[in-house]
Design a protein around this ligand. Structure first.
Ligand code: HEM
Ligand SMILES: [Cu+2]
Length: 623
């Protein structure tokens, strides 16, 4: 071994140096070059070419060139390609803020990059929702010119929110940052992989945002066939954008699950593993199963469009596509909320300083939700099937409320007779519990075929899933940002502002989506920019609430950024939490812990005073 290294030495290796130009800028330039070269090449060799410089096939191949250029430019060349060919990496990560603008192998930097990217995507997709709501203030079209424009706006909103926010913010963002800290690890297993994985996310989001350049598409985020294969070119960038974003999620899933399995600190048994880590583990397994499934479906659809193979026509029924989409689509919903379920039970015991109630059941609940989520997909297709087929899907769907109930039970059981400190995170978690109950109960109605057949594709459905996703996950995401802010930055937010803003979005959210249930029952269909005039007053009001809600999200972002930089200094462990991330400084040092972590008991027991874990400075001491 020694010998080989010594022999390799004489080769003239490039010297490590910090890149002068910001890697993102270099990435953009290389991406442009990659796109132009691949695109022009395709156009040149295309035997059926017409006059345009960008055709559907050339846009696809050009995109591949653009993506390669981008990934190599942000640091993939030095950090992945050179080592692949036997040279050492020449990549030197800057130590200051510039490290956030290039490839990083530090899980905390990657976590913050993910949080920043998905917050930006949240902002863009949110502004898009505002445009949709503005359009819906009048019964006839006045903001968008063509229906295709409105439908593309709906599709981009839904796709960005699902694949760039819901699946990303808590899992790849908070997960990358906190999982290693919470299990007492110094780093993740495949740090380069998740470093490059982050950069797929902005690439995918930009692709989706650019899709209208190739033509408006009408399918929404579900890409329904055979409509999709008849849609104009923008559809192609829908597939590719989602491909990049889901790939980013898969890389996070590989890295996070491997890290949880192999990098736990001494004494961190499965029975002591923190709940948030359980949430990330179960969700990563779901991602490993279902994200490739939807990617494969979309690759088929893309090929079908380009070649065309007529897959979906040949299979005889649009139900084939529906099944393939929803086979992924339903688990996706649980992929989004599982980390939130887990986080409720992370925050509540700490804020109440009370033992977590029925911890084992909370975990069993997460595992069973994970296992059942693949059995219920056809409840999205009740209008397309026979009566006899409806029953099993209605049955399994309602079964899921049982393990979901376990997470709830743990939360409510802990709250029972507790003296909860009413901080901003606990307030937001309580709101999230409430909202999720509304989403869940209306879900039971939707799982009943007779009700479903009535309200299918109306705003009742829109209200239901925004209650589960925004109410369940986005509220908890914001709660977690406040909860962990002192860890991220060593600083505290302003409690009065935090609570005020929490109440603000709670009112905005319920005003917007609560009324959408009524709109749906009154006959407001989804995917329509124009509607019967009798629905105008309520739509008008919903839109006003929606603007209020949007402003509330922005205000939270401003408050959190302000507190991150200028907030008052936070005490070391402001919440008196027992989990490991609080065992180190805030923000944590490069290697997370100044010594080896040793766990001696579970983290959710507040009925004794001894600490749950120790930091052993000298590794030999622990023997
Ligand atoms: C600022 C708050 C939001 C507002 C006002 C809003 C509003 C809307 C509206 C008006 C629609 C179109 C309904 C239709 O005609 O079908 C829609 C669709 C949708 N929204 Fe939101 N939304 C918000 C946030 C979110 C979030 C946070 C997510 C998920 C993380 C999300 C996911 C979706 C999805 C998946 C669709 C379906 C799109 C489709 O049918 O392709 N939304 N939203
Ligand atoms: Cu479902």
């Amino acid at each position: 071994m020694e010998q080989r290294i010594a022999q390799a030495e004489p080769r003239n290796h490039p010297q490590p140096k910090v890149l002068r130009m910001a890697p993102v800028l270099r990435g953009l330039i290389w991406a442009t070059i990659g796109f132009v070269v691949f695109d022009l090449f395709t156009v040149a060799v295309d035997p059926y070419r017409g006059n345009p410089l960008v055709t559907e096939p050339s846009a696809v191949i050009g995109w591949v060139g653009g993506l390669l250029g981008w990934l190599l430019g942000v640091g993939g060349y030095e950090e992945m390609i050179l080592p692949l060919f036997g040279s050492p990496s020449t990549w030197v990560e800057p130590k200051d803020w510039r490290r956030y603008f290039g490839l990083s192998t530090n899980h905390k930097v990657i976590g913050i990059q993910y949080l920043f990217s998905s917050s930006s995507i949240f902002l863009i997709a949110g502004l898009d929702a505002m445009a949709m709501r503005y359009e819906l203030m009048q019964p006839s079209m006045h903001f968008f010119t063509y229906t295709g424009q409105y439908l593309t706006a709906v599709g981009i909103h839904g796709s960005l929110m699902m694949f760039g926010v819901g699946t990303v913010a808590m899992i790849s963002g908070l997960g990358n940052y906190f999982v290693p800290l919470m299990i007492g690890a110094k780093r993740t297993v495949f740090s380069r992989l998740s470093g490059i994985g982050h950069w797929l996310l902005p690439a995918g989001a930009l692709t989706l945002i650019a899709s209208p350049l190739l033509g408006y598409w009408d399918t929404g985020w579900r890409g329904y066939e055979p409509l999709a294969s008849q849609d104009p070119g923008g559809m192609v960038y829908y597939y590719l954008g989602i491909f990049a974003m889901t790939f980013s999620t898969i890389l996070s899933a590989v890295n996070l699950s491997a890290t949880i399995i192999f990098h736990r600190a001494k004494g961190m048994t499965w029975a002591r593993l923190p709940l948030f880590v359980w949430g990330i583990l179960t969700v990563s397994l779901l991602n490993l199963i279902w994200q490739p499934e939807i990617e494969m479906t979309f690759v088929m659809a893309l090929l079908d469009k380009l070649i065309p193979f007529h897959f979906w026509d040949a299979l005889g029924s649009p139900e084939t596509y529906l099944s393939m989409f929803w086979l992924f689509g339903h688990p996706e919903v649980y992929i989004i909320v599982l980390p939130a379920f887990a986080m409720w039970n992370e925050i509540i015991p700490v804020m109440a300083q009370k033992n977590l109630f029925a911890r084992d059941w909370a975990i069993i609940g997460l595992i069973f939700v994970m296992m059942l989520s693949g059995l219920v997909w056809a409840h999205h297709m009740f209008t397309n099937m026979r009566n006899s087929e409806m029953f099993p899907f209605a049955f399994f769907t309602e079964m899921i409320s049982i393990p979901t109930g376990f997470s709830f039970m743990a939360a409510i059981g802990t709250l029972w007779k507790a003296r909860l400190r009413l901080t901003t995170p606990s307030l937001l978690v309580l709101m999230s519990l409430f909202n999720f109950v509304v989403g869940g109960l209306t879900g039971v109605y939707l799982a009943d075929p007779p009700v479903n057949l009535q309200v299918h594709d109306t705003f009742f459905v829109i209200a239901h899933f925004h209650y589960t996703i925004i109410g369940g996950m986005i509220f908890t995401w914001i709660a977690s940002m406040y909860y962990w802010l002192p860890k991220f930055s060593g600083r505290m937010y302003n409690e009065t502002w935090g609570k005020l803003l929490a109440i603000w979005i709670f009112i905005g959210f319920n005003g917007t989506f609560g009324q959408m249930f009524l709109l749906g029952l009154d006959g407001m269909n989804r995917w329509v920019p124009a509607y019967p005039p009798y629905l105008k007053p309520m739509n008008y009001e919903v839109s006003l609430f929606a603007f209020f809600l949007g402003a509330g999200f922005i205000a939270h972002a401003i408050h959190i950024i302000w507190a991150w930089r200028n907030g008052p200094k936070a005490p070391e462990n402001p919440w008196h939490s027992r989990t490991l991330e609080w065992l180190t400084t805030s923000p944590p040092p490069e290697n997370n812990f100044d010594g080896e972590v040793e766990v001696v008991r579970g983290f959710y027991r507040y009925d004794h005073d001894e600490p749950s874990a120790y930091l052993v400075k000298d590794a030999s001491e622990s023997q």
